[in-house]
Write a protein that binds this ligand. Structure first.
Ligand code: AMP
Length: 265
């Protein structure tokens, strides 16, 4: 599903505003219920009312690969600057250069992309073919038994909401791509200020307060190994069907240093 608004005002006459997007892998019997849910979501998004909603349904012939969700944790931050610092430290520990970080935060600050920016880990170069659209991770889903386990683990932490489940599934697919080192995300929902840094090395680390409440900025950045051939990465993220069939540990609040240390032993 893709929902957008035509640009308003003189300057924006030709530009389009991304309102909402969603995708998944479903059986035929689940399809009607899911489509109703997607339409509801498009019509009631906090970013505003869409002028266009596009629904695309495709039969997937390839057997999905199966993966586990990344281990989930949440760190505490008391200010925007601390939240950004924690995310930066985590990314630096993963080998992302300062230049690449600057380039990533500039993307998130600007917002209004449908997909994610691909940024090279050292030189901080934008690599995706279409910078407005970005790379849209698609063909991803979760098996019903795994969803039940995930929901009950998140409920114990008081975070059993679609936003967390969908982002964790997406981040787990992204991290399963061998050339993606890390992901940085800030939601563009003006009311949702918790962002995350995800990587196969440190898991999915939720960071509250990554933006001020009420702001529509946000987006996703995937940091890829310098010199990677990006076409196979994009092909994997956009086209290869991947299902979560196993749930990794879901921990409560942790110190960022604990997460770093536990993996550096
Ligand atoms: P959300 O987490 O839905 O608030 O999305 C925040 C931003 O992440 C969007 O504005 C897009 O730039 C990006 N994004 C959302 N969904 C995807 C996806 N499936 N693949 C890549 N990027 C996405």
């Amino acid at each position: 599903m893709r929902a957008s608004q035509e640009g308003r005002g003189e300057k924006q006459k030709t530009s389009e505003i991304h309102i909402s997007g969603a995708e998944g892998l479903y059986t035929l019997s689940e399809m009607q219920r899911m489509l109703r849910g997607y339409i509801e979501r498009a019509l009631h998004h906090p970013k505003g009312k869409p002028d266009t909603i596009t629904l695309t349904l495709e039969k997937v012939r390839q057997e999905p690969l199966t993966i586990s969700t990344l281990p989930l944790s949440t760190v505490i931050s008391d200010s925007l600057s601390e939240a950004r610092k924690i995310s930066g430290n985590m990314l630096r520990a993963l080998g992302i250069s300062k230049k690449a970080l600057r380039s990533a935060f500039a993307v998130l600050q600007k917002g209004n992309m449908r997909g994610a920016a691909l940024i090279s880990a050292e030189k901080g170069m934008r690599l995706e073919h279409d910078r407005r659209r970005g790379v849209r991770v698609s063909r991803l889903g979760i098996a019903k038994p795994a969803l039940r386990i995930l929901s009950s683990r998140l409920a114990r932490l008081g975070i059993n909401i679609d936003t967390v489940k969908e982002a964790l599934i997406l981040a787990s697919k992204v991290a399963s791509s061998s050339r993606v080192i890390a992901e940085l995300c800030i939601s563009d929902d003006p009311h949702y200020t918790t962002g995350y840094v995800a990587s196969s090395r440190f898991g999915y680390m939720r960071i509250p307060g990554m933006k001020q409440k009420g702001r529509k900025i946000g987006g996703r950045v995937f940091f890829v190994q310098e010199g990677s051939d990006i076409d196979p990465i994009i092909q994997y993220l956009e086209r290869t069907p991947v299902m979560v069939d196993h749930i990794g540990p879901c921990k409560g609040i942790q110190q960022a240093e604990e997460i770093l240390d536990s993996h550096n032993l």
